[in-house]
Design a protein around this ligand. Structure first.
Ligand code: TMP
Length: 234
């Protein structure tokens, strides 16, 4: 597999072409941003840890029948993935209240939600990724009703699978963000799944082991990511 030109650089990752048109290399950076890049920094070794954590979670989800873009872990910071056309919608699933949900609804953090709450956000940095609904998605042609139905089904399945996966490691999954892409006519899970894109609390203590440590200057960010990685790697 030959690495070719840079195709796209995002806030935390870079995509490179390869000599095979259906595959790209996803490179994980140490850069971290929050609040629509109003806050910027780097977290030492984050890229390496997120690449490993994402690899483990994609392998697990794939083994449970969820189609993903993951092909293989190539090196410390590189993962080979299928080249998808990203659906420009971020899908958030919430189990307990945290982050923007607390601001939206004026509720305290950590409230157990009576049902899993699925949210869609329009992937538009210039607008701050606004919350949208299925009518907006259809009205703008961001995805078809069939694609939205497929995405919803996968997200609820992934929620059940990941919550059990983390519970086995004595970690509680609070919420997470997913992105999907189109590949050869099908919707598949793309992007990454890591402490950058999930909220994960230690069971019992409620200790935050995710990017909220960066967002809110809680300290020991590297240690938190390392803790998640070592539990996943056991
Ligand atoms: P929020 O509470 O800030 O809306 O975040 C919900 C979940 O989505 C949380 O697990 C963090 C993740 N997330 C991202 O992965 N990328 C983003 O740009 C944002 C805002 C949240």
């Amino acid at each position: 597999m030959e690495k070719r030109e840079k195709l796209y650089e995002g806030k935390a990752k870079i995509l490179y072409a390869t000599d095979q048109p259906d595959y790209v290399i996803q490179y994980f950076k140490d850069d971290a941003t929050a609040f629509n890049a109003a806050k910027k920094g780097t977290v030492d070794q984050k890229g390496v840890m997120n690449n490993k954590i994402s690899t483990k979670i994609f392998e697990f989800l794939q083994s449970e029948g969820i189609p993903t873009h993951f092909v293989k872990h190539l090196s410390d910071r590189e993962m080979l993935v299928k080249k998808v056309q990203i659906v420009p919608v971020e899908v958030v699933l919430r189990r307990r209240s945290a982050g923007s949900l607390c601001r939206l609804l004026g509720i305290e953090e950590g409230r157990k939600l009576k049902n899993p709450v699925l949210e869609f956000c329009y992937k538009r940095d210039d607008l701050g990724d606004p919350l949208i609904n299925e009518d907006h998605i259809q009205a703008l042609g961001l995805a078809t009703p069939q694609e939205i139905a497929t995405i919803r089904e996968y997200v609820f399945q992934i929620n059940e699978l990941m919550a059990k996966f983390f519970a086995n490691l004595n970690l509680e999954l609070i919420d997470f963000k997913l992105e999907f892409g189109r590949y050869k006519g099908n919707i598949i899970l793309a992007d990454e799944i890591s402490p950058d894109t999930c909220r994960i609390w230690e069971m019992g203590t409620g200790k935050k082991l995710d990017k909220d440590r960066f967002r809110h200057d809680l300290g020991n960010i590297e240690e938190a990511y390392q803790e998640v990685l070592s539990r996943i790697s056991k």
